[in-house]
Design a protein around this ligand. Structure first.
Ligand code: HEM
Length: 138
């Protein structure tokens, strides 16, 4: 009889151990629903930065022909641009180029030969002014 009881007791203990390990199913109840809503609302916001990025790209790509450059002579409120070696410089805010005039030279022109052959300073002074674009042939 005692043997029977101890066997049953052992079996019961075994069953209890097994049952104790088994029921751990309800854990995967994480709800990722709010996470999917955030990207959906972020989509329209990406339009604005995309448009803003285009502006500097256009500014960098400024290209002027000799004819177009001529209007930037620093007179009548116009900006004053000069070109040297295919680069266009803005001298509007330079005190030495007041009203687009500088020691007998005028803005709105390609002054490559003049700055190299006639100026006492050469091209080194171009480091003082802002490069804004390129001089193109068409
Ligand atoms: C007889 C001819 C020239 C003389 C005597 C002359 C003289 C000078 C002097 C004294 C300065 C310094 C001005 C200052 O720091 O306040 C200067 C600056 C400058 N010059 Fe001339 N220059 C002559 C021709 C030219 C030409 C042909 C160019 C054509 C691109 C030129 C472009 C410049 C530039 C870009 C500066 C710098 C302006 C600044 O710092 O804001 N110069 N020049």
């Amino acid at each position: 009889m005692l043997k029977k009881f101890s066997i049953i007791a052992l079996l019961l203990a075994l069953v209890l151990v097994l049952v104790g390990c088994a029921p751990k199913a309800p854990q995967a109840t994480a709800t990722p629903v709010p996470a999917t809503e955030a990207p959906a609302t972020a989509v329209p916001a990406t339009d604005a930065p995309a448009a803003a990025v285009q502006e500097p790209a256009e500014a960098e790509a400024l290209e002027l022909t000799v004819e177009e450059l001529a209007q930037y002579n620093g007179k009548d409120g116009q900006k004053a641009y000069i070109a040297v070696d295919g680069i266009v410089y803005d001298v509007t805010n330079s005190a030495a180029w007041k009203n687009g005039q500088h020691n007998g030279f005028e803005a709105g022109k390609d002054l490559t030969a003049e700055i190299k052959d006639k100026s006492p300073h050469g091209v080194a002074k171009l480091d003082n002014v802002v490069e804004i674009g390129k001089l193109v042939t068409e």
